[in-house]
Ligand binder design. Structure first.
Ligand code: FES
Length: 215
């Protein structure tokens, strides 16, 4: 595979042809906010809209997870337009995300908190109206809990359950604001095809899927 030279935020880098801006940046300790990208997935869903960057000579910001690197490319991860789009996407996610972070078992590793901090977003001073989802929490399994109110719809759990493991206990259902990750006919996980492998918990970037505390 051919080596490609490019510059990201002033840092001269080389990577393999076919790599995307997102993975090249992350592999070189340059953070670009992202929720839905998975290394193992050849076709990124590009649904979270958080990874916008600016490429010199480009007309508009592009999603770093879908944009392949090109020889001589010059990328800015902190351009004004790109950050404005990413900020809006993050604020929309926060507008229906519970902010009980001190109670959340994933608060120390929460990717949404990291993104808000990176983009300079104050959690409680959101310009969008707060919309509570009030969905029932699934506590039916012995090892983990699913709180759909905290789900950011990144799709990583669905990928792990369906494509990585071939179990297919969970998937996306409904449209628009009502879109959720759920089981067939919204059955509790304990009555679904879930094998309790917990791979979904490991890939969840927020507190939607959490291991139960061991007694
Ligand atoms: S990581 Fe690029 S759109 Fe989600």
């Amino acid at each position: 595979m051919e080596n490609i030279s490019l510059t990201i935020d002033g840092k001269k880098l080389t990577t393999n042809e076919g790599n995307t801006i997102l993975w090249t940046a992350l592999e070189n300790d340059i953070y670009i906010p992202n929720l839905c990208a998975l290394r193992e997935k050849s076709e990124p869903p590009a649904s979270c809209r958080l990874c916008f960057v600016e490429v010199e000579g480009g007309v508009e910001p592009v999603t770093a997870c879908t944009e392949p690197v090109k020889e001589g490319m010059v990328v800015h991860t902190k351009g004004k337009s790109a950050q404005r789009i990413a900020r809006t996407a993050a604020e929309l996610l926060l507008s229906n995300h519970p902010l009980d972070c001190s109670q959340c078992l994933k608060s120390r590793s929460c990717e949404l908190l990291k993104i808000a901090k990176h983009l300079g977003i104050k959690l409680k001073a959101n310009r969008f109206k707060k919309l509570e989802r009030n969905l029932p929490i699934d506590d039916s399994l012995s090892i983990f809990t699913f709180d759909p109110n905290k789900c950011v719809l990144c799709g990583k759990c669905v990928w792990a359950c369906q494509e990585q493991l071939g179990v297919g206990a969970i998937g996306f259902t409904r449209r628009g604001f009502k879109r959720v990750v759920s089981t067939y006919q919204d059955a509790p996980l304990a009555e679904s095809r879930c094998t309790q492998c917990a791979e979904c918990v490991k890939v969840c970037p927020v507190g939607a899927l959490t291991f139960k505390a061991t007694k």
